[in-house]
Write a protein that binds this ligand. Sequence first.
Ligand code: GLN
Length: 486
Amino acid sequence: MNLHELTIHDAQDLLKNKEISAKELTRAVFDRIDTVEPSVDAYISVTKDIALSQADAADKAISGDNIKTLTGIPLAVKDLICTKGVATTCASKILKNFIPPYDATVTEKLNAAGAVMVGKVNMDEFAMGSSTENSGFKVTKNPWNLSHVPGGSSGGSAAAVAADMCLGALGSDTGGSIRQPASHCGVVGIKPTYGRVSRFGLVAFASSLDQIGPLAKDVTDAAILLQVISGYDPKDSTSIDKPTPDYRAALPGGIKGLKIGIPKEYHASNGMSPDVLSAVQNAMNFYKDAGAELVDISLPHSEYAVAAYYLIAPAEACSNLARYDGVKYGVRDKESSGLIDMYRNTRSSGFGPEVQRRILLGTYALSAGYYDAYYKKASQIRTLIKNDFMQAFEACDIILSPVTPSTAFKIGENVDDPLTMYLSDIFTLSANLAGIPGLSVPCGISGDGLPIGLQLMGNYFAENTILNAAYYFEQATEFHKLRPKI
Ligand code: GLN
């Protein structure tokens, strides 16, 4: 097996037994990047010098038997997570020169665990999108079929993992941005409970929804990464002071007696691709045959999730993005004649069309006279959606559903149709509105050879329950072993 194809847990063993060195592993990943990155375009910046010196340090640590969880493991980081001294652009022209003077808490945690940073990966600008086509720099391609999107907004993370250009990656999920690209690229992605992982140093899109999480080649790797980045952080007032369980150790827990909720609203066939529907149904049958109990549940307010999300997220975004004005951060338009002119020109040329659309939507939803009709109503719906989940979790332990209605669409297919693009998040948004954890695990391949993901959602802080159920499925199936032929 080529070294770049290794999972994190396999690489951990080989490094620990000194069968490979961190330097060899890191070089293998960079060779892989040289070969496939020209066709995939997953990276915004590749940090080879940093990686090689981190790999050196890892090899020294290994020879002194001072091994930490991620010692010598090459990882990629979504380009909206601050990395001290390394450009963090959010895939936006307005931040193309921004070099953070500090590390995000998750970056610090990766460093402290001995990880090797391969580079910063592409995304939709400020994480607004579902295809990575909204990047201000380039479009990432799906390694399974280069004419299709990798999903988004963490499309660079998912594509880099799927194409073996890193062993794992961090992404962020505000409405589905870890789970949907994971599903489209045939990798595992988990959005943790809101508050499980610190957001300090994550460039804010919609602060009440954003959460950082891992994308990985299998469930074990996702559990390992989640373990490293989780935990209370006094620097993030929304992070929650609750001990982190040992996710990896708990994986073989089994599923006997597990109650799996099947929401009737998420399994209607209208608008769903038949391939997705049948893969998800096969997964349901698998669990039933394995001794789980399938329970019919209802999430009656989920039909309003898209509308509520697309008011709340833009409202928060327009306020978060007000800071990019040419004065405090990032690029400034130098041709302008006065202050107002400078603001206007900086923001008009620095932000792409989708970001501008969200700012306009959000400003409208928050403006006097409209606030009660839009933002307030959306917030009320959010509470109803949360209550639906709380009621459902009285009858079941986890909820099973598709991740997205279809497999990865073609590049360009939906760019002029924001509404269709927004609808691709229909099954993922509710978990963010409620704050509960959700993951995507590969569960099928469509007739045209594209991966399909299965979504499992859990109650607050029940990451271990959904990871265990995903692990059980994974161990009995081969989907996670299928790799794109690139
Ligand atoms: N696709 C959704 C949006 O465009 C979700 C993005 C995300 O989770 N960051 O807002």
